[in-house]
Ligand binder design. Structure first.
Ligand code: SAM
Length: 211
C-alpha cells in the first residue's frame, strides 16, 4: 500500500475532531484564514447562488460568503458542527448544517452552485470519494474547490511528513499527502492549481469545473 493511503477510520476521526473542537479555532482559526479567504474570493456567486462546504468544522469560513449565498455545511463531528451553529447564530446567518459523511453525501445530483472542501481531503479516509461526491452534487458549470497542504517529495519537510505517516490516525490528518497522487486518484475532475497560500505557501487552492 502507498504510504499516503494510510488507513484512517471515520469513527476515530469523529472522536479526534470532537476532541479538537474545544481548541480548534484558537490554533487553526486565524492561522488558516488567508487560505479560506482566497479560496472563497475566487468564486463567483450569482443571484440565487448556493454553496456546500464539506468538513465545515467550526464554521470559520461562514462569514466569508456574501450574504445572498445559501450555505449548507456538513461534518462528521457533531462537536465541530455545534460551533458552526453558534457562529451562524451570532452572525444572524441562516446556514443548513448536517452531520454527514462527505464520502457519501445525502444530497441529490446537481444540488449546489459550488462545492468547497477546505483542509479536509488529507483528513478523510477516502479523498477521491469526497471529490467524486463533491462533483456529483455540484451543478454543471459550478466550481469544485479544494484547499489543502500537499507534500513535496523532494523537500526535507516532505521527507519528514512521510516519516510521520504512521501517526496519521492519532493526528487526525495525513501529514504526507502528495499532489500528483491526489490528482491521479481524482480522475473525474481536472484540477487547476490556482495559487499557493498560508505560511510559506505550503497550502494550495485547487479549482475544477463540473462539466
Ligand atoms: C481540519 S478541519 C477543517 C475545518 C474547516 N473546513 C476549516 O476551514 O477550518 C477538518 C474537518 O473535516 C471533517 N471531516 C473529515 N472527514 C470528513 C468526512 N468524511 N465527512 C465529513 N466531515 C469530515 C472533520 O470532522 C473536521 O471538522
Amino acid at each position: 500500500m502507498e504510504s499516503s493511503n494510510v488507513q484512517m477510520d471515520l469513527a476515530s476521526l469523529e472522536k479526534t475532531y470532537d476532541r479538537y473542537s474545544s481548541f480548534y479555532d484558537l490554533i487553526f482559526g486565524a492561522f488558516f484564514s488567508p487560505g479560506r479567504k482566497k479560496a472563497i474570493a475566487n468564486l463567483q456567486f450569482d443571484d440565487g447562488a448556493s454553496v456546500l462546504e464539506v468538513g465545515v468544522g467550526t464554521g470559520a469560513s461562514l462569514n466569508l460568503y456574501p450574504r445572498h449565498v445559501k450555505i449548507t455545511g456538513v461534518d462528521i463531528s457533531e462537536d465541530m458542527l455545534r460551533l458552526s451553529e453558534k457562529r451562524a447564530q451570532k452572525a444572524c446567518r441562516p446556514v443548513d448544517l448536517y452531520t454527514m459523511n462527505a464520502e457519501n453525501l445525502e444530497f441529490p445530483d446537481n444540488s449546489f452552485s459550488h462545492v468547497v472542501a477546505m483542509y479536509v481531503v488529507s483528513v478523510s479516509p477516502d479523498p477521491a470519494m469526497i471529490v467524486a461526491e463533491m462533483m456529483r452534487v455540484c451543478r454543471p458549470g459550478g466550481k469544485v474547490v479544494v484547499l489543502n497542504h500537499f507534500s513535496d517529495d523532494d523537500s526535507l519537510i516532505g521527507k519528514f511528513e512521510k516519516a510521520l505517516t504512521p501517526l496519521s490516525s492519532k493526528l487526525g490528518f495525513k501529514p504526507y499527502f502528495p499532489l500528483n497522487k491526489f490528482r491521479q486518484e481524482c480522475d473525474a475532475i481536472a484540477f487547476e492549481e490556482l495559487m499557493k497560500t498560508n505560511l510559506l505557501g505550503y497550502w494550495s487552492i485547487l479549482k475544477g469545473t463540473k462539466s
